[in-house]
Design a protein around this ligand. Sequence first.
Ligand SMILES: *Cc1c(COP(=O)(O)O)cnc(C)c1O
Length: 428
Amino acid sequence: MKHDISKALFARAQERIPGGVNSPVRAFRGVGGTPVFFREAHGAWLTDVDGNRYLDFVGSWGPMILGHSHPAVLGAVSEALKKATSFGAPHAGEVEMAELLCSIVPSVEKVRLVSSGTEATLAAIRLARGATGRPCILKFEGCYHGHADSFLVKAGSGVETLGLPDSPGVPEALARLTLTEPYNDLPAVERLFEQRGREIACAIIEPVVGNMGLLAPKEGYLKGLEALCRKHGVLLILDEVMTGFRVARGGAQELYGVKPDLTTFGKVIGGGLPVGAYGGRRELMAHIAPEGPVYQAGTLSGNPLAVAAGMACLKALGEPGVYERLERASAAIEQVLREEARAAGIPVTFNRVGSMWTLFFCEGPVYDYRSAKKADTGRFGRFFHAMLEAGVYLPPSQFEAAFVSLAHGDAELEHLRRAARTAFTSLG
Ligand SMILES: *Cc1c(COP(=O)(O)O)cnc(C)c1O
């Protein structure tokens, strides 16, 4: 495969964009080499600027659950485009989207639209602090909640891959208000709440973690966390930016039967355009301006093009059997990768919840930050590049989830098998 045009673009990009990319994990720092620049994407396939084609398992990091350039999304955006690109004033689409979100996720009674997942989580913790009058937040090691100051403490893949445990520029005084505990460890939370529960406004968690590779919650973990939060008056925020409308139509809270106080969304709800949202119990959301005093605003919030794309995506996901289809495709992908790894004698741990998965290059189980760190990142890097060469685009980090879309069918599965056979064999 030739990458001449990508390489030339990357050289130019590095002159004018920090690290040559607009988001760190795109930079291949976790796997070595130069990032691929893309030109087009249709269905499950990407075409780069040099004309190479790849089967895509990044899916723009989650939003492209229908596959790329889905006709329903393209159609909705081009219809919206004929009318306006932005009002900075209310429009009907926002109301429809709020109603749809609330109808699919029962814990969400009122919702505010924003333009990214980062904005949603940032607003949700401000709301939690404003509503409880408590200063601290609890997050979990390796969970990523966007790049707001309070969250850049033990913050998962992007930060992890670069080997920056924390970010300069985050004041210590603020970082001290962010408490962390390991994921999947309820006794640790219990001890913390006994000691400092009254200082803690909220616990925020990725219910299924995607940002240190895919980690599933242990049996009873999320329900246990919910109960501990109730007991200590700590608000529970499920960060469903990645899992919302992905692991089930109603997100991880539907899958695991958890009722959070607040939920954050992003990724899938924009259908590939910038939409985020946060919502929850009516009386909590009443603290948000202008209904209440907790301030949060956005010039492009509820943008009509973004909302049209998001609505088209959510409606397509409402068709019968969609999540069953996604599960079947994902299970088949898991089986192929397990079989090819075994045939080549490569020890791996395959974690998967629905259409999110990670192939860890280590013996399992992998269920928290510490066990994820055992993975052989050098071997992952070699596997990544062998797959890329064979026409499969994986997340360029061992500590990121891969995503399956509804456009991943039988032909894609066969392509994956051939690529995986070559790639695993090359590791031997
Ligand atoms: C991607 C992600 C975010 C941040 O969303 P952006 O749109 O990138 O700002 C927050 N939380 C989780 C769980 C995510 O996966």
